[in-house]
Design a binder for this molecule. Structure first.
Ligand SMILES: Cc1ncc(C[n+]2csc(CCOP(=O)(O)OP(=O)(O)O)c2C)c(N)n1
Ligand SMILES: [Mg+2]
Length: 685
């Protein structure tokens, strides 16, 4: 067999595995894998530096399949390259990541060939994709990470980090706003390590793109500052290879390759139609496709002789050699630069450097207090100095969010200063959150910030953080009605409830400056969960921790802050954030009136629910049914803590534009109103 024939056989193996898997599953997306098999083949077998033996080797090239519905491309190539599995402790397991059995069970329970690429579930998947646009936006974070890592760790003769990032996307990805945000930023930053390949097939689910998407995409990317290339035939391997070679030589600009393709390539009745996008071809059409490829029509899930070896000789050999050289390089680097090498190793395991929490501030009791965002800014500035790879920024609200790192040498990340620790995302919350995911997937500790109200603009990517189990950090300030005069457009109501509903996401709303520090202490130690920190704009009194319980209770999610004498309260007041101080004042007044109450500070439902039942019952004794929750947010969900007989002082409407004091009065967030509710509940009014 000639080389060319072998290559064609390998490409058709990707095609037919994809076709057979979709047919067997009776669902899935065959058309795009049929069209893009040559592209995937070329990137993987001819270009990428990826060692199937170690899919988490730090200097591997990254591959992102942003059009995640074409997942069979990835399952085919991971299988054919015999990529090995690793576990959550970053140990190599010896067996293959995606077996032929998995592919036979495409989209079935427990198969390592699920419907869409899932990071964490299948080794070799660099990021979860499926929500269109997320993959390409995340790839920008990966490219930023490479630039930052190279700047910090490379030394003369030691190119420890010099990998490239490849992302494949379709019409859907490019229609989604997030990709425009991300492409605009990538162009601004001149990320020449980033290559997007656009599957220009003129088809989406509803038909031809001429019904919705007729702009000049190439001109748009040129305007973003990208180098734009075009390959007019998706089956032309030499042209694809050439375009990828141009990418690798291009400096100071990311590369955008437009690849003209035919969805369902080879299918006599479905090629170039939307019907090829998202349904099985049908038995007859499958036969006709196989005939067109010169494939045995009756064979299913066939991997012809020589195909595994062909991938082993391509990406396998190149990857092994590159990784071997890198390992040698890194060994020498470790001798010359032991501290830098140790940082790299810690980072890979998501561990913290020793002394990571030294010099954290402690705030003395102060009735005037300090805003959550200010306490956060002080804490973050200390942590970022202790943890070199903690970096991030805001979507243009740094001065308001107090997330700017202003210590000497922190610097701004820009094309000409890739070592800067302040990222400027511009007003692009959605891309920001995806980029934070990309940083985290590259093992940096990334944070992103905005007003809490705009968490909505970032939410789809935050959700993916949780799905991927990434320790990302989102810092949202102006957490309730604190920006009073800005009015209801800027006052979050349902946001806490909505984020609390995301499985695995740790949402924290601290009550005072010391709770902010403890929240950070908790967050920094997370390795597999994202966290959202919800902070006040306005000053909050710093509680006297000699009088009240220590703020370390934050690590338990909720804790008894103040209690009735003898620990035998008639009523419990549960609050988070800025409302905790109101509950404390109500508690003091109730005490003066001879009513024993308990104040529970509850910064995090999620953390609290992970405590033992015994602890939870000690904070909220089941027999104590007189319960009042106070939170400047939607009442939605609080029933679980206040029970049928409890009261909730929360928001059932949007807020209003007025000074905070007036809003607090109007909506019931005053100690007297809490006292009145408690007395009413106890029948003592
Ligand atoms: C954010 C988002 N919206 C909608 C979908 C549902 N969806 C999946 S694929 C698709 C069409 C995508 O068209 P294109 O990217 O051109 O893919 P092709 O059919 O060409 O492979 C849609 C609407 C999705 N996955 N994500
Ligand atoms: Mg398309």
């Amino acid at each position: 067999m000639t080389d060319e024939e072998m290559t064609q056989l390998a490409i058709n193996t990707i095609r037919t595995l994809s076709i057979d898997a979709v047919q067997q599953a009776k669902s899935g997306h065959p058309g795009t894998p049929m069209a893009l098999a040559p592209l995937i083949y070329t990137i993987w077998n001819r270009v990428m530096r990826f060692d199937p033996e170690d899919p988490i080797w730090p200097n591997r090239d990254r591959f992102v399949l942003s059009n995640g519905h074409a997942s069979m491309l990835l399952w085919s190539v991971l299988h054919l390259t015999r990529t090995k599995a690793v576990n959550a402790n970053y140990e190599r397991l010896g067996h293959v990541s995606v077996s032929l059995e998995d592919i036979r069970h495409f989209r079935q329970l427990d198969s390592k060939a699920p419907g869409h690429p899932e990071y964490h579930w299948v080794s070799g998947v660099e990021t979860t994709t499926g929500p269109l646009g997320q993959g390409v936006a995340t790839s920008v974070g990966m490219a930023i990470a490479q630039k930052w890592l190279a700047h910090r760790y490379n030394r003369p003769r030691f190119d420890i980090f010099d990998y490239n990032v490849y992302a494949v996307c379709g019409d859907g990805c490019l229609m989604e706003g997030i990709s425009s945000e991300a492409a605009s930023l990538a162009g601004h930053l001149g990320l020449d390590n980033l290559c997007w390949i656009y599957d220009n097939n003129h088809i989406t689910i509803e038909g031809k793109t001429r019904i919705t998407f007729t702009e000049d995409v190439e001109a748009r990317f040129l305007a973003y500052g990208w180098n734009v290339l075009r390959v007019g035939n998706a089956n032309d391997l030499e042209r694809i290879e050439q375009a990828l070679a141009i990418f690798r030589k291009t400096k100071e600009r990311p590369t955008f390759i437009v690849l003209d393709s035919h969805i369902g390539y080879g299918s006599p009745h479905k090629q170039d139609t939307a019907a090829a996008h998202g349904e099985p071809l049908g038995d007859d059409e499958v036969r006709l496709c196989k005939r067109a490829y010169g494939w045995p029509e009756d064979k299913t899930f066939l991997v012809p002789d020589g195909v595994y070896q062909h991938f082993a000789a391509g990406v396998g050999a190149r990857g092994a050699e590159t990784r071997r050289k890198w390992a040698e390089l890194f060994a020498a680097y470790r001798t010359e630069y032991p501290d830098a090498a140790e940082e790299i190793e810690l980072m890979q395991r998501r561990e913290l450097p020793s002394g990571w929490d030294r010099n954290l501030p402690v705030f003395a009791a102060d009735p005037k207090g300090i805003a959550g965002r200010d306490a956060s800014g002080k804490t973050l500035n200390v942590l970022a100095q202790n943890i070199p790879w903690l970096l991030g920024g805001s979507a243009d609200l740094g001065p308001s969010n107090k997330t700017t790192l202003n210590y000497e040498g922190a610097g701004d990340f820009q094309a000409d200063n890739p070592g800067g620790k302040n990222l400027h995302f511009g007003i692009r919350e959605h891309a920001m959150a995806a980029i934070i995911n990309g940083l985290s997937l590259s093992k940096l500790r990334g944070y992103g910030a905005s007003f809490f109200i705009f968490s909505d603009y970032a939410r789809p990517a935050i959700r993916l953080s949780a799905l991927m189990e990434l320790p990302t950090i989102f810092i949202f300030t102006h957490d309730a009605m604190g920006d009073g005069e800005d009015g209801p457009t800027h006052q979050p109501v349902e946001h806490l409830a909505s984020l609390r509903a995301i499985p695995g996401l740790v949402t924290l709303r601290p009550a005072d400056a010391n709770e902010v520090i403890e929240a950070y202490r908790y967050i920094m130690q997370l390795r597999h969960e994202p966290a959202v920190l919800v902070l006040s704009r306005q000053p909050l009194p710093t509680l006297d921790r000699k009088k009240y319980a220590p703020a370390s209770g934050v690590a338990l999610g909720a804790y008894v802050l103040a209690d009735a004498p003898g620990g035998d309260p008639e009523v419990v007041l549960i609050a988070s954030g800025s409302e905790v101080i109101l509950a404390v004042e109500a508690h003091e007044r109730l005490f003066a009136d001879g009513i024993g109450s308990r104040v529970v500070s509850m910064p995090s439902w999620d953390i609290f629910e992970h405590q033992t039942q015994e602890y939870q019952d000690s904070v909220l004794p089941p027999s104590l049914v007189a319960r009042i929750a106070v939170e400047q947010a939607s009442t939605f969900g609080w029933e679980r803590y206040i029970g049928k007989r409890g009261r909730m002082i929360g928001m059932k409407t949007f807020g209003a534009s007025a000074p905070l004091k007036e809003l607090q009065k109007k909506f019931g967030f005053e100690p007297d109103q809490i006292v009145a509710a408690a007395k009413e509940l106890l029948g003592k009014n």
